[in-house]
Ligand binder design. Structure first.
Ligand code: KG4
Ligand code: ZN
Length: 350
C-alpha cells in the first residue's frame, strides 16, 4: 500500500493535534494546535533583519534561511509542547500564495514528516490561514462574520459565511494595503518592514496632508480598493515638496497616509456587516497589527454594537498557528494531499 492509500484509510482522530508549517515569505514558523483552537506550541524564526539592508524581502535569502531554520523551529515546537513527532495527527503546510522557493521548503519538509509518520499531509491556503487566526483569538467565534483581510499581498472584505465558504465582497484592484505601507515607508526613508515603521512615525504626526479619496469615480464594486493611487499621491507630494525646497514633515505624511489607507478598510467592513446582517467583524493579515486600525475599529465596533475579533499582533502577521487552525478545518473534511503536492505562487482568494 502506498503512503496515500494508507492515509486515505486512516480514520479521523477526535481532538486532533495538528502541526502547522508556514514558510511563504520571511518567517519560518511551526506551531502545534490541538482541536483547531488550542495553541500547544508556536515557534517563529524570522529572517526580516537579513532583508532590511536590501529594503525588501530577497526571495533567495528567504529560501536559504528557511532551509536552515525549519528543523530548529520544529524541534523547538515539539519540545515546548512536550510531544514527539508521532503524537502529531496531521501535518498542515502553506501551499501558497507566496514566494515559490520559500514555500517549497515548507512543502517538502511537511511531505517528509507526513511520509515518515504515515500521517495526513494537509495543504493550506495562506489567505485562509490568516482568516483562521481569528478562531485562535476567540475560541467561541463561529461564522458568519465579516473579515478585513489586510496583508502584504492581499486586501479584501470577505464574508465568512461558514467555515468553508468565503464570499469575497471586494478586493484591491491593484496594490495591497501592506504593500502600500512598505512603499510609502521607502519614500519616507524608513527601513523594511515598512508597516510598523510608518505606524511609529505616524504617532508623532497629524493627519494634515490632503490625499486623494480612493476610487472616487470608480464604477466597479463598492467594496473594492485601490492603493496604487494613494501611494503615488504620497510619493508625488514628497517629491514636489522636496523639489520646491520646502520642508517635508514626514511624520505628518505618515499619519495622513495611515488615516487614508486604514479608514477606507474600516468603512467598508462596517458597510459589509450591515449589508450581510452579520454582527461580528474580524481582522486578518499583517496590517491588522496596526495600532491605529485596532484602536479605531474598537471604538467604532463599541458604538455600533458589533463584536470585534482582533487577533494578537503576533497572530496577524505570518505564523504557524494560523496554518494549524486552518489545517484543522481542512483535516475535518479530509482534504489530504499526496506526495506530489506542489507550491503555488498564487492561490484564489476563495
Ligand atoms: O500578513 P503578513 O505578515 O504577510 C503577508 O501575507 O503579506 O503582512 C505583512 C504586511 C507588510 O506589508 C507589513 O508592512 C504590514 O503587513 N504590517 C503593518 C504593520 N505590521 C505589519 N502595516 C501597518 N502597520 C503595522 N503595524
Ligand atoms: Zn501573510
Amino acid at each position: 500500500m502506498t503512503y496515500f492509500d494508507k492515509v486515505l484509510n486512516t480514520p479521523l482522530v477526535e481532538n486532533p493535534i495538528i502541526m502547522g508549517i508556514e514558510t511563504s515569505c520571511d518567517e519560518t514558523a511551526v506551531a502545534i494546535i490541538k482541536n483547531g483552537r488550542e495553541i500547544l506550541a508556536d515557534e517563529i524564526i524570522s529572517s526580516a533583519t537579513e532583508h532590511a539592508r536590501f529594503g525588501g524581502v530577497v526571495p533567495e535569502i528567504a529560501s536559504r534561511t528557511h532551509t536552515t531554520a525549519i528543523l530548529t523551529a520544529t524541534q523547538r515546537a515539539l519540545k515546548s509542547a512536550n510531544l514527539t513527532l508521532n503524537d502529531v495527527d496531521a501535518f498542515a503546510v502553506t501551499e501558497g500564495a507566496g514566494l515559490l522557493g520559500a514555500l517549497l521548503v515548507g512543502v517538502s519538509f511537511a511531505k517528509s514528516l507526513a511520509f515518515a509518520t504515515n500521517k495526513p499531509l494537509v495543504p493550506v491556503s495562506h489567505i485562509r490561514g490568516h482568516i483562521a487566526a481569528s478562531y485562535l483569538a476567540d475560541k467561541s467565534l463561529e461564522p458568519p462574520f465579516i473579515t478585513i483581510l489586510a496583508s502584504g499581498g492581499h486586501t479584501a472584505i470577505i464574508a465568512v459565511d461558514d467555515y468553508y465558504n468565503l464570499n469575497v465582497l471586494g478586493s484591491t484592484i491593484d496594490d495591497a494595503v501592506g504593500e502600500a505601507f512598505d512603499k510609502v515607508a521607502r519614500v519616507l526613508g524608513l527601513s523594511y518592514p515598512g508597516g510598523p515603521n510608518v505606524e511609529r512615525l505616524a504617532k508623532q504626526g497629524q493627519n494634515s496632508v490632503i490625499l486623494p479619496k480612493m476610487l472616487k469615480n470608480y464604477e466597479g464594486g463598492e467594496y473594492d480598493f485601490s492603493y496604487s493611487g494613494l501611494k503615488t499621491a504620497v510619493i508625488n507630494y514628497v517629491h514636489t515638496q522636496e523639489s520646491k525646497g520646502a520642508e517635508v514633515n514626514k511624520a505628518d505624511v505618515a499619519a495622513s497616509f495611515q488615516h487614508a489607507a486604514v479608514d477606507v478598510l474600516i468603512d467598508k467592513a462596517f458597510k459589509a456587516a450591515e449589508k450581510c446582517g452579520y454582527k461580528t467583524i474580524a481582522v486578518s493579515g499583517g496590517v491588522g497589527a496596526n495600532g491605529y486600525l485596532r484602536d479605531t475599529l474598537t471604538v467604532r465596533a463599541n458604538n455600533a454594537g458589533i463584536k470585534l475579533v482582533l487577533p494578537e499582533k503576533r497572530y496577524c502577521t505570518d505564523n504557524g498557528a494560523m496554518i494549524g487552525a486552518e489545517g484543522y478545518l481542512q483535516y475535518k473534511r479530509r482534504n489530504f494531499a499526496d506526495l506530489t503536492l506542489n507550491a503555488k505562487a498564487v492561490v484564489p482568494l476563495k
